[in-house]
Design a protein. Structure first.
Length: 685
């Protein structure tokens, strides 16, 4: 084996430079890079072996392209495919379904690159690539995923263009530019389909974008909300139609928790709207002017919809049936696993009650036997104090809040773990806790002295400034407060957190966990820069959510109204879609007819040079290439015809060489015609 041959087979192969690669190797490497980019976002969804197998196959195929090695035999591919199928079944215990199907599709696309011998093989890879792009949106329709897949579409279109350029060595810049222009030509049709194609629920509701690993729950233990407070992701966005309520009144009511087993709080009723039951508005007395607002709610994995207290009505939500319970909690008929958008109306000044459900007050007095005995004993002694002995619930609650304010309690995100009698340990010993500790202890004390009380969870406060007109409520705004029953009045809100940390309520000053290295570095350099960057990104995400992901059937009909339809219907939408698509099809057909009858400028230049050549008595058939004509000139005329032969060689180089020109050289045609006239004159003598 020669030294050169040995070097060609070494690993890693020597990189000759991008411009020095043969076209086949260059195009193959470009396609492999596009495939890797397309598959990469699936790394968080698919088994690790899928990504490893894909990477190994792509690197293997890239090496073969660099060294010009032979592709593996069919049996090698069959064995690797069988391994992929076996690993897929081992991972999912089935070969059917979304995840197994996508896993196999990724493996098949990678393996197909090892069969990349002809153009038809490339087209199979292109098809699989576009299919893999679509599968990403089964997991997420977020703005980063859409941007990444837009790059993948552009890359695959560039590869398609290269596959249709069989001659010469067109540059990647030329092919990518043509791919971009082609995509831009198709953009109006895509926009039209987006605006007018009927919104079919399942197609737009599969991804679960924005579902946080933390968030509100239908249950609450001591320490559960302090875990949520470390999550800075967005829970919901709210836009008020006028003056927003002050921060102290921005309570967004979620699950209402009545039952307590000593460790965990749970709701008294069903955690979702019961099917077949007509919604009944709660017994609510409101005061003042209503607050109208719009909500964009992220997927929360709950049927309980957190709304501003006290919301009296909301607009319909596509795909959900929503109703309000007697405890002022709004429930959907199923969990919210998709982003929803609706409008609502609320009154921050209200009175809730009296109860309609038998046993509601007695349930709000129950305490489990054997739990937190010291707190219960303390509560009774506190009630026996002459100042608290014969007072009503409101006065006693005020006295209890005063005790919290002056009793040495501290508000912290890291109170540590509490044992079986957590309320005892918090209330009487450590006196350190988060909002759920204060709310739990407050309700236990109220119940111990015979005053009905319950825990309410939800969100309190917003970010200080609106982003793109929307106030942002984050998961870190998750909060727990209490309600107690006052005879003759109804349920009254009491927030023990406000007694120990008033800024948390009055200014929405949330406790923040320890920042990570990157965030801390940004804050050290410029806190305003970090806040501005986050606000800009969240505003872009909000526009994407509002105008793309949340584009609904109702908005489609609004579009028809804006263009002149008085009472648009689905029939009008279908007719408009069909008519517009037909117009685009006719325009495309007209353009195709015009383009078919155009003459390639390179062909036009060659024909002019052939006519000039015929004038000196040399034949030039339509199918003959410039190189053939140059050879004939040298054979028939010799040195006298060298200027004509050199011109044909220049045309060949300009059109088909590695550095081919974009446009024909008109000066070359003029020089050729002049040389032909001189030769004709010389031959005539």
């Amino acid at each position: 084996m020669s030294t050169a041959a040995f070097r060609e087979r070494t690993w890693p192969p020597r990189w000759p430079g991008w411009r020095q690669l043969p076209r086949e190797a260059r195009d193959t490497l470009f396609l492999l890079a596009v495939i890797a980019w397309t598959v990469l976002p699936h790394a968080s969804h698919l088994p690790a072996w899928t990504i490893v197998l894909t990477a190994i196959v792509l690197v293997w195929r890239g090496r073969l392209a660099l060294v010009g090695g032979a592709l593996p035999g069919r049996w090698v591919l069959v064995v690797v495919l069988a391994i992929a199928i076996g690993l897929t079944f081992w991972s999912y215990r089935t070969l059917l379904g979304k995840e197994p199907g996508i896993t196999l599709a990724v493996a098949l696309m990678a393996l197909k690159t090892l069969e990349l011998r002809a153009r038809r093989d490339a087209f199979v890879i292109f098809f699989l690539g576009f299919f893999i792009i679509l599968t990403h949106f089964l997991y997420s329709q977020s703005l980063p995923v859409a941007a990444a897949m837009l790059v993948s579409v552009w890359g695959l279109l560039t590869a398609v263009v290269l596959a249709h350029m069989p001659v010469g060595q067109p540059s990647l810049r030329q092919a990518s530019g043509l791919a971009a222009r082609t995509a831009l030509f198709g953009a109006p049709v895509m926009a039209l389909l987006f605006l007018l194609f009927p919104r079919i629920g399942p197609l737009w509701g599969v991804p679960q974008d924005g579902i946080s690993t933390t968030g509100l729950s239908n249950t609450m233990k001591m320490g559960s909300l302090s875990e949520v407070a470390s999550d800075d992701s967005i829970a919901m966005r709210v836009r008020f139609e006028g003056e927003p309520p002050p921060p102290a009144e921005r309570y967004f009511r979620g699950p209402v928790l009545t039952r307590f087993d000593g460790v965990e709080w749970r709701p008294a009723g069903l955690p979702f709207a019961a099917p077949g039951v007509a919604p009944r508005p709660p017994l609510l007395k409101t005061r003042g002017e209503p607050i109208r607002y719009e909500v964009t709610l992220e997927p929360i994995r709950l049927a309980s919809i957190p709304l501003l207290e006290a919301t009296t009505s909301i607009s319909p939500i596509d795909g959900f049936r929503v109703s309000a319970r007697d405890d002022l909690q709004w429930l959907a008929d199923r969990q919210v696993f998709e982003r929803v958008r609706f409008k609502a109306e609320a009154y921050t000044q209200f009175t809730l009650g009296p109860p309609r459900r038998i046993g509601e007050l007695s349930e709000s007095l129950e305490l489990p036997a054997g739990y937190n005995p010291r707190t219960i004993a303390w509560a009774k002694s506190f009630r026996d104090d002459p100042l608290n002995r014969n007072v009503g619930g409101t006065v006693f609650a005020h006295s209890l809040l005063q005790y919290i304010r002056k009793g040495g309690y501290s508000y912290t995100l890291a109170p540590g773990d509490y044992g079986r009698d957590g309320v005892d340990e918090f209330w009487l010993d450590r006196k350190e806790g988060f909002c759920e500790h204060f709310a739990s202890a407050f309700v236990v004390v109220m119940r111990a002295v015979g005053i009905p009380a319950r825990v309410v969870t939800g969100y309190q406060g917003t970010d200080p400034a609106p982003v793109d007109g929307f106030y942002v409520i984050r998961q870190s705004s998750a909060h727990a407060w209490a309600e107690f029953w006052q005879t003759g009045v109804g349920w009254v809100r009491a927030d023990p957190t406000a007694a120990v940390a008033p800024d948390r309520i009055n200014r929405s000053s949330r406790l923040a966990p320890q920042a990570g290295f990157v965030a801390e570095a940004f804050d050290t350099m410029s806190p305003q820069l970090f806040a501005a960057l986050r606000s800009s990104w969240e505003a872009a995400n909000n526009r994407w959510n509002q105008w793309v992901l949340n584009y609904s059937r109702g908005q489609q009909l609004d579009v028809l109204k804006n263009i002149g339809f008085q009472s648009p219907s689905w029939e009008d939408l279908a007719l408009l879609l069909i008519g517009t698509l037909s117009a685009f099809a006719l325009a495309g057909a007209a353009w195709a007819w015009f383009d078919r009858h155009r003459i390639d400028p390179w062909v036009r230049q060659l024909e002019r040079m052939k006519r000039a050549l015929r004038s000196v008595g040399l034949p030039a058939a339509p199918h003959e290439a410039p190189r053939t004509l140059a050879a004939r000139i040298r054979e028939r005329i010799g040195a006298a015809g060298e200027p004509l032969a050199a011109a044909f060689d220049a045309l060949e180089a300009q059109r088909y060489s590695r550095a081919s020109a974009k446009r024909p050289d008109r000066e070359l045609t003029r020089r050729f015609a002049a040389a032909a006239r001189r030769l004709k004159t010389a031959l005539a003598r």
